[in-house]
Design a protein around this ligand. Structure first.
Ligand code: TRP
Length: 450
């Protein structure tokens, strides 16, 4: 392939070609396994509607603040996370570097789960879900060749899209994948709601019962907001860095979390009423999508059709997220190590595959190998989601609030006063005090609980 697209060479880092393209790409990064797999099972496990409400409150209080923080830092510096921090304060490059490491770790096992989704699409198309779905799942994850091959395929697809560049690859695919996802989800949620007996599920999902709300639930909601909005590791710094200077950042920082939360809400509507209607347990946990849902599809009229659509949809969502994780690493390698985008993609793809191998095998063959009492897969997730992401978010707040200075950041947010930002003083208070304090509290509570 001859690279004659000026956006693809390292001298010109690339830019979104349209505002809609950017919004869809950023929303694509946010909408992923976090929304379709994690969110419904967290709601199911943590008491239903009350959890939903807490989640929404946290998105409003914390999600918008951090989203704007990351986007403004990226657009100001037009650099990868490490370069972005460093260009404002030489000593702070480490904060961006940490984000790059985090995204590498997350992608190494995210792609293992992405591989399971691929395997599930095949199983769903062949009608395998009429069998014992617990056995199907356990057999898959404990396997060797199949999960590794699917992990490879998922990464390969991710590399292929990122390889094609910012506007030619990521933006183009997000523009197709996101609306398709949205359309499918609407169809599936109508299917879910109209199943006989769905009303119990709807009540569970929409009628809050605050006696069900625990501290663990609130902690889980907070962690989920970080993960679902792709915050705390520079993904949005990177996407912000491809923005032209005239974009309205406050508006984007509201729209992206809105889309993300709406999709999470919809996937709850797809999953929960169906689970109740067909008499399954909503508190099943992580297996809800891989074990319970296939059983639900198997019992449903036209289950093979709806089940296949569902898993294809999850694949789309996972891909638009994995490309953002890879893009963070690629932008670093392209900017800082001056390696061509195409080589960067291939080298990183190979490394990610290799690091993912022990994660995948740790659920079967290497089950007995434990580090700090965890198998490799759990360890990678623990280090990235429980430790590195909150630290990344905290560093971002301190950096923007105190090192760069919230006043200077606001100048960039408002394009030197051209854009009205009514909530500017609220945002300052949030990023300097409220959000860092919340993160610290959650960080230590989670660590002492785990
Ligand atoms: N937000 C994605 C999801 O919900 C996962 C993800 C993509 C992510 N990029 C990220 C999480 C960056 C944290 C940071 O599945």
């Amino acid at each position: 392939m001859i690279n004659n697209n000026p956006h693809n060479n390292p001298e010109n880092r690339g830019q979104w070609s349209s505002k809609l393209g950017f919004i869809l790409a950023a929303a694509g990064s946010a909408v992923g396994l976090g929304n379709l797999w994690k969110f419904p099972y967290l709601v199911g496990k943590n008491g239903g509607a009350a959890f939903l409400l807490v989640y929404i409150l946290i998105v409003i209080g914390l999600g918008f603040t951090l989203m704007l923080g990351e986007l403004v830092l990226g657009r100001k510096t037009q650099l990868n996370p490490l370069g972005a921090y460093r260009s404002i304060n030489k000593k702070w490059g480490f904060a961006g570097g940490l984000g790059i490491v985090t995204s590498f770790i997350i992608l190494s096992y995210y792609s293992v789960i992405g591989g399971w989704i691929l395997a599930y699409i095949i199983r769903s198309l062949t009608g395998a879900f009429s069998g014992d779905t617990v056995a199907i799942f356990e057999e898959l994850i404990a396997g060797v060749q199949e999960p590794l091959f699917m992990h490879f395929l998922f990464l390969f697809a991710t590399v292929l899209i990122v390889y094609a560049g910012v506007s030619g690859g990521i933006e183009k695919y997000s523009k197709i994948l996101m609306p398709t996802l949205f359309g499918f989800l609407i169809i599936l949620s109508i299917r879910g709601i109209t199943l006989p007996g769905a009303s119990k599920g709807l009540e569970f999902y929409l009628k809050p019962d605050f006696t069900q709300l625990t501290t663990t639930a609130i902690l889980a909601a907070l962690g989920q907001v970080f993960f679902s909005l792709s915050l705390g590791m520079g993904a949005m710094i990177t996407y912000g860095s491809y923005l032209p200077k005239d974009t309205n950042l406050p508006k984007s920082s509201v729209i992206i979390p809105l889309i993300d939360s709406f999709i999470a809400f919809l996937s709850g509507l797809v999953v929960l009423p169906a689970v109740f209607a067909l008499g399954f347990e909503a508190g099943e946990g992580p297996g809800l999508m891989f074990i319970t849902l296939p059983a639900v599809f198997a019992k449903m009229p036209f289950g093979i059709f709806f089940g296949s659509i569902f898993f294809i949809l999850v694949l789309f969502a996972a891909l638009t997220s994995s490309i953002s994780l890879l893009e963070v690493c690629v932008s670093y390698v392209v900017d800082e190590l001056k390696i061509r985008r195409r080589y960067a993609c291939i080298i990183l793809g190979i490394l990610l595959f290799l690091v993912g191998v022990p994660s995948s095998l740790s659920l079967g063959l290497l089950k007995g190998v434990k580090i700090f009492g965890m198998v490799f897969f759990d360890l990678a997730d623990f280090i990235a989601s429980t430790i590195l992401m909150p630290i990344g978010g905290l560093l971002l707040c301190i950096f923007i609030g105190w090192i760069w200075g919230s006043k200077k950041a606001l100048k960039e947010v408002t394009n030197n006063g051209e854009i009205k930002f009514a909530a500017s003083s609220l945002w300052e208070i949030a990023i300097k005090y409220v959000v860092p304090i919340i993160i610290i509290i959650v960080f230590f509570t989670t660590l002492t609980n785990s």
